[in-house]
Ligand binder design. Structure first.
Ligand code: HEM
Length: 221
């Protein structure tokens, strides 16, 4: 195992986790008014609709799928009667549908950023980099689902769990094909970079909106 591999799969994940935690805390403490999605809807509503909807449904379901499929050991699925073959089949078929949704949405959002003059004029380098990183992670993920067919349940999944329990085992990632490594490295790059981008809006889902009392602007009597 060479040094680059060890750095990529035993050191880099912890650099990312540190940047993620400290970065969000710092940003929250110093830039509370800049914390948000920086909506560009006012500049172009029509071009946003389809892309943003497909992208968000696709990416949110993908994140839940990754958490459920990778963090929970196969032994727990086995005890629930779901063998690794069924697990993989479900992951690949559901992953294909939501991966295509996220990819198509991302493609439309990027196209809008590049070709809608008003939107391009207000786009910062930071926003372009965020979208391009997301594009790399999503397209490599979709490529893996379509053409990769690698046994992630016995390689990438236990590697992720080894990181979580603070006993990194980079050897598990050695035989993994390049497209999976690219997916992992770009996904981690998004995590580490996210506190410094508009992605902080993920942590401000207005859930209380669903249960708050009505606001009466004008009395009916
Ligand atoms: C947790 C639930 C989420 C909510 C409620 C939410 C909401 C929003 C809203 C309101 C916008 C602004 C749309 C506009 O321009 O008007 C937005 C944009 C965006 N969101 Fe989310 N989001 C969520 C999760 C995510 C996740 C998980 C990601 C990616 C990892 C993400 C990535 C983005 C990106 C990249 C944009 C900018 C798109 C563009 O303008 O080109 N969001 N989101």
């Amino acid at each position: 195992m060479d040094a680059v591999h060890t750095i990529a799969f035993a050191v880099y994940p912890y650099v990312v986790i540190t940047a993620f935690v400290l970065g969000h805390s710092y940003r929250y403490a110093t830039d509370r008014y800049g914390w948000g999605a920086r909506s560009s809807e006012i500049l172009d509503k029509q071009g946003l609709k389809v892309g943003i909807t497909l992208f968000h449904w696709g990416i949110l379901l993908t994140l839940f799928g990754h958490a459920g499929g990778m963090l929970i050991p196969q032994s727990i699925y086995d005890s629930a009667g779901i063998d690794s073959r069924t697990h993989t089949q479900v992951a690949v078929s559901v992953g294909l549908v939501i991966g295509i949704a996220a990819f198509a949405g991302m493609f439309l959002l990027l196209k809008r950023r590049f070709y809608q003059n008003r939107v391009r004029a207000v786009t910062t380098v930071n926003q372009f980099v965020t979208l391009i990183l997301l594009f790399i992670a999503i397209s490599s993920g979709l490529y893996n689902v379509l053409l990769g067919h690698y046994d992630v349940l016995n390689s990438v999944a236990p590697w992720i769990r080894s990181i979580v329990i603070l006993r990194p085992d980079p050897a598990l990632m050695t035989p993994v094909p390049f497209s999976y490594k690219l997916h992992v490295v770009s996904g981690l790059a998004i995590l580490g970079f996210s506190p410094f981008t508009r992605l902080v809006h993920i942590w401000s889902v207005p859930l209380t909106y669903l249960i708050r009392r009505f606001i009466v602007f004008r009395s009916t009597c």
